[in-house]
Design a protein around this ligand. Structure first.
Ligand code: ISL
Ligand code: CA
Length: 543
C-alpha cells in the first residue's frame, strides 16, 4: 500500500484475538461467553486496540475448541445467542471497535447435517459436498496423506465402503470446494454474518482448503526428524496451497468488497502457515485481491534462540522486500494454537517482542492475556480439554495451556467466573491480573497500553516507512518515518548493556522508567526504546 493515502481501518488499527470461552463468564457456568466479551469492551477500548477477532462461538460437537462446527449460522448455547452476538457488535461499534469472526471454511463437524446427509449413501445429493474416495486397490486409505492431528487424513465409512478426507480430526470432514454448491453454501454463511454486522472474517486453515484432484501420494520429507509433528513426515505438495484455494478466497473477497463502503471495508484475513514466497500469494494480485492480509506466522514460529537482532532484522527485511508495494504487512506474536510468547521468550523478551510487534510496519494482532504476560498454564492431565491438540503435539503439549482464562482482578478465579472455570487460571493470577497491573506503573499491561497508544498517536508508527538502521551488535534498530514525523526504534536483544549513538527524546522504554531528552541512548539488557530524534541529524545509530 502506498503510504501517502489515508489508511483503511484494518491497516491502522491493532487487532486483538479473543478466545470467547476464556475471556469473561457472564452467567456463572465457568465458561466465557459473548455477553462476557461485551462486558469487557471498555477494557479493550482503553487498551488501545481497534478490532476483535473472535474464535468460533458456533454450535459445535466439542472436539476442537469450536472448530468443528455443527451450525454455521447460530451461536453455541453455552456461549450465548444470536441476540447476544448482535448486542456485542452494536456495543463494539458504538465504541468504534470492529468485530471479525472466524470462518471455519475447510471442514464442518461430522455431526453437521451436511455431512450426515453426505454419508447417508453414495447417491445422496450431498455426497459430493465432501471428499469421498474408494479404498486403494487391495484395501486401505486412498493415499498416504496425513492429518494435522496425527494419523491418516482418511477415515473409512463401512456402510458406504468409502473413505472421507479430513485434514484435521476424523470429526472434521473436509468440504469439497470443487463442488460449486459448496462454494455457494460457504458464501451464504459469510453473507449471514456480514448482514449481522460482522466487519470481516479470519478464514481458518485458509491454505489447505482444496487438494490436488489426482490424489497422489505425497513425497516423504527428507528433513523429518523424530520429535517433529507426524504430518511433517510428508512434503505437502498436494494438500496445501493449491490454485483452487486461491479461487475461493478471491470469490470471498469479492463478496466482502460488495459489502464494503469507503471507510467501512469488510476485511478478509487468512490463517496461512507457509514459507514467505508462497505466503505472499494469499494477498492475491492487485487487480484480483484475496486477503487484506494473511496472519503472519513468522514470529509465532521463530524459535526462542533465534530472537536475536541479526536474525530478526533479516526476517523483517525479507518481508519488506517480498511484499508487493500495494500489500500491507501483518505481524503476530501468538495465538490459541501455540505456546504463549511469555513462556517462549521469558518476561523481559516478551516486552521487547511486543515493542517490535507494535512498532513494525503493518497490522499487529495481539493474543488475549499476552498483554499481562500470562504464561502457558499448567493443565493437570484430568483437566485436559483439547485432545486434538494433544494428538497434534504427540502428547508433549496441549493447546489448553495457551487458552486459560483471562484474569481481571485478584478475586476468586481472577474475576473470570464465580464458579469453577472450565480451565484453571495461570498459577500467579492473584498478582498477574488486569486490576493489579493497572495500579503498577511499570507493569506489562501499562507498557503494552502505552505502546498501543504511542502507535496510534504517531503517524510514523501507524503508516510510516520502515528503514533498517546500522546498530551495535545485538541491537535491532530501525526508523519509521511519515513526512515530518520520524521515530527510531532500538531493541537490545542481548543480556548485556549497550551504548548507541542515538540522540533524541525517549518516548517509551520497555522498562517504563525513562522518558525525555538524551545525548546518547544507552540500553540496558533486553531493553527496547522508541526515540524521537526531533529533526536532529544525530539519529544515525553508530556502534
Ligand atoms: O501448525 C499448524 C500449521 O502448521 C497448526 O497449528 C495450524 O495452525 C492449525 O492446525 C490450523 O489451525 C486452525 O484450524 C484448526 C484448529 O484446530 C485451530 O485451532 C485453528 O487455529 C482446525 O480447524
Ligand atoms: Ca458462561
Amino acid at each position: 500500500m502506498r503510504t501517502s493515502r489515508p489508511l483503511p481501518w484494518w491497516a491502522r488499527e491493532a487487532f486483538y484475538e479473543v478466545y470467547p470461552r476464556s475471556f469473561q463468564d457472564s452467567n456463572g457456568d465457568g465458561i466465557g461467553d459473548l455477553p462476557g466479551v461485551a462486558q469487557r469492551l471498555d477494557y479493550l477500548k482503553d487498551l488501545g486496540v481497534g478490532a476483535l477477532w473472535l474464535t468460533p462461538f458456533y454450535p459445535s460437537s466439542g472436539f476442537d475448541g469450536g472448530y468443528d462446527v455443527t451450525d454455521y449460522c447460530a451461536v453455541d448455547p453455552q456461549l450465548g445467542t444470536l441476540a447476544d452476538f448482535d448486542r456485542l457488535v452494536a456495543e463494539a461499534h458504538r465504541r468504534g471497535l470492529r468485530v471479525v469472526v472466524d470462518l471455519v471454511a475447510n471442514h464442518t463437524s461430522s455431526e453437521h447435517r451436511w455431512f450426515l446427509e453426505s454419508r447417508s449413501g453414495r447417491t445422496s445429493p450431498k455426497r459430493d459436498w465432501y471428499v469421498w474416495r474408494d479404498p486403494r486397490p487391495g484395501g486401505g486409505p486412498p493415499n498416504n496423506w496425513l492429518s494435522f492431528f496425527g494419523g491418516p487424513a482418511w477415515t473409512f465409512d463401512p456402510p458406504t465402503g468409502q473413505y472421507y478426507l479430513h485434514q484435521f480430526l476424523p470429526q472434521q470432514p473436509d468440504l469439497n470446494y470443487r463442488n460449486p454448491e459448496v462454494v455457494e453454501a460457504l458464501l451464504e454463511v459469510a453473507r449471514f454474518w456480514l448482514e449481522r454486522g460482522a466487519d470481516g472474517f479470519r478464514v481458518d486453515a485458509a491454505w489447505v482448503l482444496v487438494e490436488d484432484r489426482r490424489f497422489l501420494d505425497e513425497p516423504l520429507n527428507p528433513d523429518w526428524r523424530p520429535g517433529m509433528r507426524e504430518r511433517e513426515r510428508l512434503v505437502h505438495v498436494y494438500t496445501e496451497d493449491q490454485p483452487e484455494t486461491h479461487h475461493f478466497l478471491r470469490r470471498l473477497r469479492s463478496l466482502l468488497d460488495a459489502y464494503s463502503a469507503p471507510g467501512e471495508e469488510r476485511v478478509l484475513i487468512g490463517e496461512v502457515y507457509l514459507p514467505l514466497p508462497r505466503w505472499v500469494g494469499y494477498y492475491g494480485a492487485e487487480t484480483a485481491p484475496e486477503c487484506h492480509f494473511p496472519l503472519n506466522p513468522a514470529l509465532v514460529e521463530l524459535p526462542a534462540e533465534a530472537w536475536q537482532a541479526g536474525a530478526l532484522g533479516d526476517l523483517v527485511a525479507a518481508y519488506e522486500a517480498t511484499l508487493p508495494p500495494w500489500a500491507w504487512p501483518s505481524w503476530v506474536l501468538g495465538n490459541h494454537d501455540r505456546p504463549r510468547v511469555s513462556t517462549r521468550l521469558g518476561s523481559e523478551r516478551a516486552r521487547l517482542a511486543h515493542l517490535l510487534l507494535l512498532t513494525l510496519r503493518g497490522t499487529p494482532t495481539l493474543y488475549y492475556g499476552d498483554e499481562l504476560g500470562i504464561p502457558d498454564g499448567a493443565i493437570p492431565p484430568d483437566r485436559v480439554q483439547d485432545l486434538a491438540g494433544l494428538r497434534e503435539w504427540g502428547g508433549r503439549w496441549t493447546r489448553d495451556a495457551a487458552r486459560t482464562p483471562m484474569a481481571w482482578d485478584a478475586g476468586p478465579n481472577g474475576g473470570f467466573t464465580t464458579q469453577s472455570p472450565w480451565l484453571p487460571l495461570h498459577p500467579d493470577a492473584r498478582e498477574r491480573n488486569v486490576a493489579s497491573q493497572r495500579q503498577e506503573g511499570r507493569s506489562m499491561l501499562n507498557f503494552v497500553r502505552a505502546a498501543l497508544h504511542l502507535r496510534r498517536e504517531r503517524p510514523a508508527l501507524t503508516q510510516g516507512s520502515y528503514r533498517a538502521q546500522r546498530a551495535p551488535d545485538g541491537v535491532l534498530a530501525y526508523e519509521r518515518a511519515q513526512e515530518a514525523d520520524r521515530v527510531v526504534v532500538l531493541l537490545n536483544f542481548q543480556g548485556s548493556p549497550v551504548q548507541t549513538g542515538v540522540r533524541g527524546r525517549v518516548l517509551l522504554s520497555t522498562h517504563m522508567d525513562r522518558e525525555g531528552r538524551e545525548q546518547a541512548v544507552a540500553l540496558r539488557p533486553f531493553e527496547g526504546v522508541v526515540v524521537d530524534p526531533g529533526g536532529a541529524r544525530g539519529a544515525q545509530v553508530v556502534g
